[in-house]
Ligand binder design. Structure first.
Ligand SMILES: [Fe+2]
Length: 512
């Protein structure tokens, strides 16, 4: 067996609750639970899934309390997982893996729209429930203590047929959650929707009609706008029927460029699109209105093309020298009309319109003549950008954290953590030989003693390939020095996203 990144793409077993040893010292104020999601099993019977996004969800939990850490993991008992376990077949339409269903099965699947419920992308908190989510509409509630799978969850509001971004924004100031649905077929395009806390319906705010919808993984939210970035990785009804997989149904059409649409959160009016040179994006770091310049600033991780998606095939990732995508942290400035009044409501969420009442405004937007030009904030390679979400999402900010690579182009899977000061361009990094860290989540120091935007810690789960085990890393977010680590007795498959929920008070998400 090779001691390298490939340990992070092997099938795992669930792990019962286990107390970990802690090296170094955890901050005494750090108390809560880190819940993470990501693929943990890549096989069904004698088949292996073809794409990283299609591995079966393994929920992971690090409970941090009184200077100690307890770890547990458990597979999400989705229908797709149970079916694969019982029959050895892959029966649901996954992202990049052809189901075992033959022609008749395919016809049935297309008619019924039966999409996977393997909710492996991230976890979210919704009105007292913890939910594992993915892009197709079916999600699963789970118990955050035992990680036991509870019941399926699906909105019955007609807003999306084929799904919404797994990355959803929560605005604590207005008490609402925003998502972006992609519609295929008739009325194809994007629908921005919002849901008021406590409501079981999502309200469509604006529809953007496009003939050939793109694969869109996330968007950005400011006080005034929802920001949709549309890379030219597009599909069509015909290709959705004829292609083997959802991924295969998409084509890179660089001549279309990458477009930005801004949706006014109050009126639903669409501004733009602004057309830039083509790039692909999974994750936005942040966006905000620069009132001094009259610009809408969008910071994101940009890739040259859709290789960012296709290179995550399992055969490539399981090779000794995988061909890996390299993203850079980039800033776009979009000129917008100045604000006439402060649109930020003060304090509570009592002014939120009741969900389900509004008719979406259909975009009649015309393209702006402005071609936004980018500024590189950090050449990277960089992935999984995070910020101090609770305080700074949608607002001016200074620091982006992420996982990245020491060399460009990458010679290994993610092998360092990076912090970028977007004002000065200065970076700090953390790395250790043979260690492959994942997404770092920022946890702020308690408000009463906090000193600055980067006063807090970063939590990252890292694979120590030489030691053949993973560990929870706790770094000081100010200088990226290591404060503590809690090693497991085993390697964990690389995960995607998660949230840290502090003990006491209302759960607040760490990222979109
Ligand atoms: Fe993501």
């Amino acid at each position: 067996m090779t001691a390298d990144h490939r340990l992070g793409f092997r099938d795992a077993e669930a792990c019962p609750p286990t107390e970990l040893s802690v090296e170094g010292e955890l901050p005494e104020w750090l108390s809560g639970v880190l819940l993470r999601n990501g693929p943990g099993k890549f096989s069904a019977g004698d088949r292996t899934v073809n794409h990283w996004f299609d591995g079966f969800a393994l929920l992971r939990r690090f409970a941090i309390r009184d200077g100690g850490v307890e770890f547990a993991s458990r597979f999400l008992r989705s229908d797709a997982y149970e079916r694969a376990r019982a029959t050895g077949d892959l029966r649901y339409a996954e992202f990049g893996t052809r189901p075992d269903d033959g022609l008749l099965g395919r016809a049935r699947r297309l008619l019924s729209g039966e999409l996977t419920d393997n909710a492996s992308i991230t976890v979210t908190h919704r009105d007292g429930e913890f939910v594992a989510v993915t892009e197709p509409p079916r999600a699963w509630a789970f118990d955050p203590g035992s990680l036991r799978t509870l019941d399926p969850r699906r909105f019955d509001d007609g807003v999306d047929a084929t799904g919404s971004t797994a990355h959803r924004h929560y605005d604590p100031r207005r008490g609402e959650t925003w998502g972006l649905a992609t519609r295929q077929g008739r009325n194809s395009g994007y629908v921005l929707h919002r849901r008021a806390d406590g409501s079981d319906r999502r309200e469509p705010v604006a529809a953007i009609d496009v003939d050939r919808p793109a694969y869109i993984h996330s968007f950005a939210l400011t006080d005034r706008y929802a920001v949709v970035t549309e890379p030219p990785f597009v599909t069509s009804p015909r290709r959705l029927v004829t292609a083997d997989t959802f991924l295969d149904a998409h084509e890179w059409e660089p001549e279309q460029g990458t477009r930005f649409f801004l949706c006014d959160r109050e009126s639903g009016e669409i501004v733009g699109p602004y057309r830039a040179e083509p790039f692909f994006v999974f994750h936005h770091a942040n966006a905000f209105e620069d009132r001094g310049e009259g610009d809408l600033v969008v910071d994101l991780i940009a890739f040259d093309d859709a290789g960012a998606v296709t290179k995550f095939s399992i055969p490539n990732l399981r090779s000794a020298s995988p061909d890996l995508p390299a993203g850079e942290l980039r800033r776009y400035r979009l000129p917008v009309a100045p604000l006439e009044a402060d649109v930020v409501p003060s304090g509570d969420a009592t002014d939120v319109p009741s969900a389900g009442s509004a008719t979406p405004i259909r975009a009649t937007a015309s393209e702006t003549p402005v071609e936004p030009t980018p500024t590189t904030l950090h050449e990277g390679p960089m992935a999984f950008p995070t910020i101090d979400y609770a305080e700074h999402n949608g607002r001016e900010y200074r620091y982006v954290y992420g996982a990245g690579n020491q060399r460009h182009p990458p010679e290994e899977f993610l092998n360092r953590l990076v912090k970028v000061d977007v004002e000065t361009g200065r970076t700090r990094t953390w790395s250790e030989p043979d260690v492959h860290p994942g997404e770092p989540l920022f946890v702020p120091a308690p408000a009463e003693r906090r000193d600055g935007e980067d006063d807090g810690v970063l939590l990252s789960v890292a694979l120590d390939a030489a030691a053949e085990r993973s560990a929870l890393l706790v770094l000081d977010a100010a200088d990226l020095s290591e404060r503590a680590r809690a090693p497991l007795d085993r390697p964990l498959p690389f995960g995607f996203h998660g949230q840290f929920y502090r003990d006491g008070g209302r759960p607040i998400q760490s990222m979109a």
